[in-house]
Design a protein around this ligand. Structure first.
Ligand code: GDP
Length: 455
């Protein structure tokens, strides 16, 4: 660890004003900075009450709790200090200003603390991602998954697999390097390929979760679709209100798709309102409709809402490629049809997995629909406690590993030893990239970019 490395500091707690503000420092001058601000370095890992003074003129800025975490037993592996200040704008401004004037100290960039923890070997890449997910987690299931990843679930597994590949590779290389020597057994290739085969099957099993881990991270996508004025927006509002747990409502990428994030029985769900999918001559509107349709078609579940008074058949056009998407038919506005039979399009009903009759306006039938949605989410995520793969990046790396192992296995026991070795090396490299053990500079920026400053 270089002594010239800048000491970084940042406000690590939320936006002021707040009761408490946490300012963290990390780097070789962290102790020196504490001395300048509070006149001493507290006992390691013990909270100390201290006057914080401006080193320039000695003026007291605040009274704070100070903590000192000397290297290497700190989150980043470097010297770290923490000040728990009163969370006012002026207090924070004065402290950050004073820190900025200390030689060798500068404000941290987004994710820089975590980046140092990675560089110093305190976290592997999957753990870094788990940390990002934990900070972003909106539902209990997401929190549990992120925490397991932060604690090294996939990282440790990938590292164990990588070691097994390296062992198999060592057998093949021994065969290549010492082919002529009498005391090297003839048959090293077959056991190497046997190990590769077993590993290949294990990784393929981990991959065969149908993307549930990724979904748990990003949320199950439920689209509310149907003709204009069927009551889609009303239904969305009712579902959102009933759950009373809208995590972050924000407009979608187009004006035509509204997204609402829900916590449905602990599981993350993104509700899409593809309001007004209809024929239009306006090219801008057409583009919006195209996007809304595409987004709905990629959903896990489509609630196709129709007005129960309308005799028009439900025009669901289920694309062949989207066989995974479930379609539920929702007859809305049953409050307007009295005792009349609301199923007026039975011939179409067969195309749907489930059927409901509701009034989005009065709430009739909503309980049954929500119950079914809960059941759907629960079934969908049932197996996620054991899910390993939570990001497309992990999935890609593991798929590449399996492909490389397949190529090695394709050589067979009588195959080219050099080619087998080459593919095993490629398999080990892709696994190493997963945890960040090899040439990851290019992906580092992508991963750390998502972090907030002070983390
Ligand atoms: P969207 O275009 O599919 O999003 O439809 P809206 O949610 O905007 O609803 C269209 C109209 O139908 C509005 O005037 C709603 O108040 C009304 N509406 C929606 N659901 C019901 C319902 O269950 N019963 C009745 N009576 N009116 C409803």
């Amino acid at each position: 660890m270089s002594k010239d490395r800048p000491t970084i500091f940042a406000l690590s707690s939320g936006r002021p004003p707040a009761a408490i503000a946490v300012v963290r420092l990390c780097g070789p001058r962290a102790g020196r900075a504490l001395e300048k601000l509070i006149g001493r370095v507290p006992e390691p890992r013990h909270a100390a009450l201290a006057r914080v003074r401006n080193p320039a003129d000695g003026e007291t800025i605040d009274e704070a709790l100070a903590l000192w975490f000397p290297a290497p037993r700190s989150e980043t592996g470097e010297d770290m200090a923490e000040l728990q200040l009163h969370g006012g704008q002026a207090v924070i401004g004065a402290v950050l200003g004073a820190l900025g004037r200390i030689e060798g100290c500068r404000p941290a960039e987004p994710g820089e603390f975590t980046r140092r923890a990675f560089i110093n070997g305190r976290l592997d890449l999957t753990e870094v991602e788990g940390l990002a997910d934990l900070i972003a987690a909106e539902t209990p299931a997401q929190r549990r998954q992120a925490f397991r990843q932060l604690k090294g679930l996939i990282g440790d597994q990938a590292e164990a697999w990588r070691r097994q590949i390296v062992e198999a590779l060592a057998l093949v290389e021994a065969r290549i390097d010492f082919a002529d020597e009498a005391d090297v057994p003839e048959d090293l290739i077959a056991p190497a390929l046997g190990a590769a085969q077993q590993l290949r099957n294990t990784i393929a099993t981990a991959l065969a979760d149908g993307g549930r881990g990724v979904r748990l991270r990003d949320g199950l996508v439920i689209a509310i679709a149907g003709p204009p004025n069927a009551g889609k927006s009303t239904l969305l509002n009712r579902l959102a209100r009933r759950e009373a747990a809208i995590v972050s409502p924000y407009p979608g990428t187009t004006r035509d798709v509204i997204e609402v994030h829900l916590d449905l029985g602990g599981y993350p769900v993104t509700l899409l309102d593809t309001a007004g999918i209809r024929a239009s001559a306006d090219p801008v509107e057409q583009e919006g409709i195209r996007r809304a349709t595409a987004r709905a078609a990629a959903a896990d579940l489509v609630l196709w809402v129709i007005d129960s008074r309308s005799a028009e058949p439900a025009p669901v056009d289920i694309p062949e490629s989207q066989v995974k998407t479930e379609y539920w038919l929702v007859h809305n506005k049953i409050d307007l049809v009295g005792d009349k039979l609301w199923i007026n399009c039975e011939s179409q009903s067969a195309a749907y997995d489930k059927e409901f009759a509701i009034s989005a306006a009065t709430g009739a039938g909503i309980e049954a629909l929500i119950g079914a949605l809960l059941g759907y989410a629960r079934d969908y995520f049932a197996a996620t406690e054991s899910v390993l793969v939570t990001r497309a990046r992990h999935r890609n790396a593991l798929e590449e590993t399996v492909a490389a192992l397949d190529r090695a296995l394709g050589q067979g026991a009588s195959g080219h030893e050099e080619l087998i070795a080459e593919e095993l090396r490629a398999a080990a490299t892709t696994l190493g990239r997963l945890t960040g053990r090899v040439d990851v500079e290019d992906i580092l920026d992508v991963i750390f970019r998502d972090f907030c400053i002070g983390k």
